[in-house]
Structures are given as structure tokens and as C-alpha cells.
Design a protein around this ligand. Structure first.
Ligand code: URA
Ligand code: SF4
Length: 209
């Protein structure tokens, strides 16, 4: 992705060649301003050579406190949908496009704020190195931020979901919605949207084998 004016260089390329070394290096990343208010870097987790990598947006409130991706409400939906699609969560690698929680304080609550393009670009080096080291056969980009990081540009999710795309060097790409999109749906649309999400995830299942 493009250079990021005013931001520090991302140290991802100086880190050693293992996910653990990468996680350690990311824990002190200051390549964009998001580290300052967040509790900690939330790095990806899962088997070192998982066949499928799921990519979300950024950690939420609970992930920021726990230091682990997708452990809050969006994580619960993802876990349910993975189970429904026949994908054991422990067999896949789960990460985010942006690794610090961006929020604004409202009273006692910390409300999620969307990362801007410069933050997505600043954090992209971590994701790129995760992909290089894990070498999954399939990337699942969930939501606009993940898509933007993976492709380096925005593309409509509606037009691209529900089919396997070519990413690079034998890696396939599946674009789908972010699980928190399902949380925000009006009640009457929830079931149908959830079913569509599961049917997208079912396209990922054969990559386990
Ligand atoms: N939403 C995300 O995109 N990632 C998380 O880890 C949690 C919520
Ligand atoms: Fe570094 Fe990403 Fe955190 Fe920004 S959000 S400080 S690029 S780890």
C-alpha cells in the first residue's frame, strides 16, 4: 500500500521470521497514532500454518482488554457462523487489518471508530507479513476495512461476496461482510443476512482439506 505521510515506518520487515517474533515486534509498534490510547496490540492467532486466514477490521473494546482477536460480541457471531459452516475455529488463523482499538469515549463507554485509510495502510505491513509467514491457501476478508487492506483499494462487498477470487500466488480470496454488520441489522433482516454469511463461509470450508 501507499506511503503514509507523517507516520513512522512500520517495523514489520525488521522482525524475525516467525509469528511469535512478529507478535513480539508488533507489541511495541508506534507506526500510527492508534497505539497511544489503546491498551495493547491485538495480534492475530491460530495455527502457524493454518490453511485459512480470517481478517476482520480492528479489535473492539473486549479484544483491546483481552489482547485477543474476536473474543467480544462480533467474535461470538463469528464462532457460531464458523461452526454452522463446519469450520473448527481452532484450525483457522484469525486476525485484523488494524491491530489497535480505535475508539472515542462517550461517558463510560468506548465507542468503536472506523480506522481511516492512512491507519489501514500503516498497519498493512503486519498483515502482509502474517500472510507471508502463515501462507494460508485462502484469505477471508470480512468487511470494508479488511478488503481495503488486502486489495489496497476499496471494492463493493455486495458485488464480490459469495464467490472465490484469486488473490496472489495460489492464494484465493473470499470477500464477505463483517460479523458486526449482522449485529446492527434490523431484526427482520437478521436471519437472512446470517444465512448469507454462513453460505459465504461454506465456500471456505473445502480449504481445510
Ligand atoms: N471486530 C473485529 O473486526 N475484530 C475483532 O477482533 C473484534 C471485533
Ligand atoms: Fe502499529 Fe497498527 Fe497499532 Fe498503528 S494500529 S500503531 S500500525 S500496530
Amino acid at each position: 500500500m501507499k506511503a503514509r505521510p507523517g507516520y513512522a515506518p512500520n517495523p514489520a520487515d525488521q522482525a524475525g521470521d516467525s509469528i511469535e517474533a512478529l507478535r513480539e515486534a508488533a507489541s511495541t509498534c508506534r507506526a500510527c497514532p492508534l497505539w497511544e490510547k489503546a491498551t495493547q496490540t491485538v495480534f492475530g492467532e491460530g495455527p502457524a500454518h493454518a490453511p485459512i486466514m480470517f481478517i476482520g477490521e480492528q479489535p473492539g473494546d473486549q479484544e483491546d482488554l483481552a489482547g485477543r482477536p474476536f473474543v467480544g460480541p462480533a467474535g461470538l457471531i463469528l464462532a457460531r457462523a464458523l461452526a454452522a459452516a463446519g469450520i473448527p475455529r481452532e484450525q483457522v488463523y484469525v486476525t485484523n487489518a488494524v491491530k489497535h482499538f480505535k475508539f472515542e469515549v462517550r461517558g463510560k463507554r468506548r465507542l468503536h471508530k472506523k480506522p481511516v485509510d492512512a491507519e489501514i495502510a500503516a498497519c498493512h505491513d503486519w498483515l502482509r507479513r502474517e500472510i507471508e509467514l502463515v501462507t494460508p491457501r485462502l484469505l477471508v476478508a470480512m468487511g470494508a476495512t479488511a478488503v481495503r487492506s488486502v486489495l489496497g483499494r476499496s471494492t463493493p462487498i455486495k458485488l464480490n461476496r459469495g464467490k472465490l477470487l484469486e488473490y496472489a500466488c495460489g492464494i484465493s480470496l473470499l470477500i464477505t461482510v463483517h460479523p458486526s454488520f449482522l449485529l446492527r441489522m434490523p431484526e427482520e433482516d437478521k436471519d437472512e443476512e446470517y444465512r448469507r454469511f454462513i453460505s459465504d463461509l461454506k465456500l471456505a470450508e473445502p480449504f481445510l482439506r
